[in-house]
Design a protein around this ligand. Sequence first.
Ligand code: NAP
Length: 380
Amino acid sequence: MKYRNFGKLDWQPSALGFGCMRLPTTDNQPLGANINEELVIRMIRNAIDKGVNYIDTAYPYHQGNSEIVVGKALQDGYRERVKLADKLPVWLVNEPADFDRLLDEQLHKLSTDHIDFYLLHALTRKRWSDIVLKHDLIKKAEAAIKDGRIRYLGFSFHDSYDVFEEIIKAYDWTFCQIQYNYMDISNQAGIKGLKLAASRGIGVVVMEPLLGGHLANPPASVRDAMDQVADLYTPADLALKWIWNQPEVSLVLSGMSSMEQVDENLLSADGSAVNSFTTTEKKAIAALRKSYRSGIAVPCTNCKYCMPCPHGVEIPANFEFFNHAYLYNDLAAAKFRYSIYLTPSQRSDKCIACKECEDKCPQKIEISSWMPKVTEMLSA
Ligand SMILES: NC(=O)c1ccc[n+]([C@@H]2O[C@H](COP(=O)([O-])OP(=O)(O)OC[C@H]3O[C@@H](n4cnc5c(N)ncnc54)[C@H](OP(=O)(O)O)[C@@H]3O)[C@@H](O)[C@H]2O)c1
């Protein structure tokens, strides 16, 4: 296993971390409640035996059961060999006391007396202002650090770069967790967010490195782009190594769904290195990106020239989720993102076709004509 740096912290994380959101289930329901406990315990312990020292779970994963199974996997001496990351479901906080109630419940489910890395889960602009700041949750977290229930505070993030910058600069975070892969360099925090966090000595944990598995299984239209490196890499290996190639990344969380994937990704991590990509790999990534992008419906580049919309519509994010359905043939994930990461007032149905944005769009997209289509596809 390769080990890396974690911001200002005097601790080295394994290049690969174990994400416990997509565990195998006994009824083959992705993300479902019936985790295949026996297999998962073996998978997690296998990863730890081979050097993984960071395990990531969260309150809602597998309908609450991920924390319980992770707690079981970390019995028999495994807890002491890893740093454990878990997340406060901020959307369930209605008053400051909820912080302690939820944290104590999580410690109980995990059968541990402390969580090493505690994150405010899935922050957006609204959750940051209306929940975290409103209930002074950072003060609650600092108290939990003082009494030993958590060691370090961070946050995970799903909104635009400007929101990320505001949150990053608002507190002396130890670490953050961002969605990052070769298709998401200018979505959400993106490469700008990665570099900003790293420049401030904040550890950066990467989630969705394979875009939830899509980049491991490229559609036929994209496979040609893999040809130039197919004898050197599998699609998953190339996507993971592209992230490890970047010195600003602290560790990559992979959500592994089988023992074979654990073994493959351990091997990838062993072969990973910073700044090791040659022109061959860079060309292959550029070709893959181009092939994927040729499948998008709306040629939005997320430049945000159209913003702000006078009616509050988050135009680029609406297009991002709409395009996701086409790019990866995954309508369910696109609908999920649309419903979770956009507030009702930011969604496409609030467009009144004033067309103020259309003059500003360098791509000349007929935004007001697309918005009803976004609504029709994603709002059901
Ligand atoms: N804080 C947040 O807001 C948040 C959000 C998302 C994720 N996370 C965390 O980040 C972790 C990583 O994100 P993710 O689970 O979306 O990661 P990911 O690596 O992008 O996707 C995981 C999926 O990729 C596929 N896969 C993994 N290794 C593979 C391999 N070697 N070959 C082929 N396919 C492979 C599997 O899909 P199949 O099952 O289809 O084979 C697996 O379920 C999560 O588990 C979770 O802990 C946090």
